[in-house]
Design a protein around this ligand. Structure first.
Ligand code: ATP
Ligand code: ATP
Ligand code: MG
Ligand code: MG
Ligand code: MG
Length: 253
């Protein structure tokens, strides 16, 4: 490196670190909105759940599945989405930085591109961003445990947030609402919701269960160029129950 005229490229490359993901494992890329607490405030999202904001997230996830064939399934809630790549994927030679950055930047671009369709009356005030990470799961059982964990989290957070905002809308301060909910069990929260006239189980499935995006193998779409691809759909399914995976063989086997 002493002589500027003859820098050895191997020497420069020797600083590049390996970040290849373990072979033959399910790769999950989880993205999450950066500082969406603030983003929701600035864009006056409805609380506890802005349906249009969730539909916008879902449209971006659908675009990801259409763009990246190795993504088999995705699950989203709030400002996050998990994308599952097939076990034998060779996308970016399984380099974590390549896969994460490609998915997270595509998703962010779609979010901005699709904004107007979901919020025709609302101006996008600043550029949203997402962070992303890659995690490998060595078996479909563990992958399903991961997805179940996200769906349980969705339920717990949604139940809490629904109670919290019912208390706030009834006139309590945010800190009073927080104190009222401290240490309460699911049963007490359901009781509380009943008193506010909210039947939790009657809330839209998207809020209670989150969103799943996947391909329907029996349904194909023919593109202008003649290419024939499986239809990508969004559905609000219970992915903790084995019945979902039994009804959709081939997503993860
Ligand atoms: P970080 O950058 O660490 O992720 P964050 O502010 O994004 O910080 P999260 O834990 O990711 O924090 O939480 C996301 C926030 O965005 C929560 O407050 C959640 O209620 C809110 N949020 C996300 N989507 C919606 C939505 N569709 N409607 C209303 N609020 C939403
Ligand atoms: P990959 O997805 O593998 O990166 P790529 O098509 O993006 O594929 P690169 O090796 O990154 O390939 O090369 C970028 C290409 O874009 C080159 O062909 C380069 O000439 C072209 N390009 C980039 N910036 C400009 C620019 N400002 N004006 C004209 N051409 C550009
Ligand atoms: Mg985060
Ligand atoms: Mg976030
Ligand atoms: Mg989040």
């Amino acid at each position: 490196a002493e002589d500027n005229g003859k820098i050895n490229p191997d020497y420069i490359r020797s600083f590049l670190f390996e970040n290849k993901l373990m072979p033959s494992t399910w790769i999950v890329i989880r993205i999450d909105g950066c500082h969406f607490h603030r983003f929701c405030d600035v864009h006056a999202f409805e609380k506890p759940n802005d349906l249009q904001a969730l539909n916008l997230m879902n449209s971006c996830a659908m675009a990801v599945l259409k763009e990246f064939q190795d993504v088999m399934f995705s699950y989203g809630v709030s400002d996050e989405y998990s994308f599952v790549l097939k076990k034998d994927s060779e996308f970016f030679q399984r380099r974590a930085s390549g896969i994460v950055s490609a998915i997270v930047s595509f998703f962010s671009s779609m979010y901005v591109m699709n904004w107007k369709s979901f919020f025709p009356e609302k101006e996008l005030k600043y550029a949203p961003s997402f962070d992303g990470r890659a995690i490998c799961y060595p078996s479909s059982e563990i992958l399903r445990d991961y997805l179940s964990w996200r769906q349980v989290d969705c339920h717990i957070n949604n139940q809490y947030n629904t109670c919290f905002w019912a208390l706030v809308k009834s006139g309590k301060s945010k800190s009073d609402a927080q104190n009222t909910l401290k240490g309460t069990q699911a049963r007490e929260k359901n009781q509380m919701l009943k008193q506010f006239g909210i039947d939790y189980n009657a809330l839209p499935a998207m809020l209670r269960q989150g969103s799943c995006v996947f391909r329907l193998k029996e349904d194909v779409v023919i593109h202008d160029n003649g290419a024939c691809v499986k239809k990508v759909i969004v559905d609000y399914c219970n992915i903790i129950e084995p019945s979902f995976w039994e009804a959709h063989p081939g997503i993860i086997d």
